[in-house]
Design a protein around this ligand. Structure first.
Ligand SMILES: [Zn+2]
Length: 110
């Protein structure tokens, strides 16, 4: 499905991410100059309007936790590498490691 917008250009497909129309595709002006707008997909059912935004919020929370865990892992690896380089005891006490991670500015969440 394609159409020209009021500017005379071929419209482009986009996806809405509002709560009411999450994942709902539409055609719009490629330059965002005119107000051309056409839904591609049929309206979402009430169940989809409830479930999809909830799943997206859950995915965003999990991605944030993953990013935090990856940052913590990177800093932990860096601290361990630094202790190896300077010849410190590599069997570092856990409390010393936690102190080093806090100094680097990442707070591990349970
Ligand atoms: Zn246009």
């Amino acid at each position: 499905m394609t159409a020209k917008c009021y500017c005379g250009a071929w419209s482009v497909q986009q996806t809405a991410w509002t709560s009411a129309n999450t994942g709902h595709r539409f055609l719009a002006c490629p330059f965002r100059k005119c107000r051309f707008f056409n839904w591609i997909d049929p309206p979402l059912c009430d169940r989809a309007r409830t479930i999809i935004p909830s799943l997206i919020r859950r995915m965003n929370r999990l991605e944030a936790k993953l990013k935090n865990a990856q940052q913590t892992q990177t800093i932990t690896s860096t601290v361990l590498d630094e202790s190896t380089i300077v010849g410190e005891n590599t069997a570092m006490d856990e409390s010393i490691l936690v102190d080093e991670i806090k100094k680097k500015g990442v707070v591990a969440k349970p």
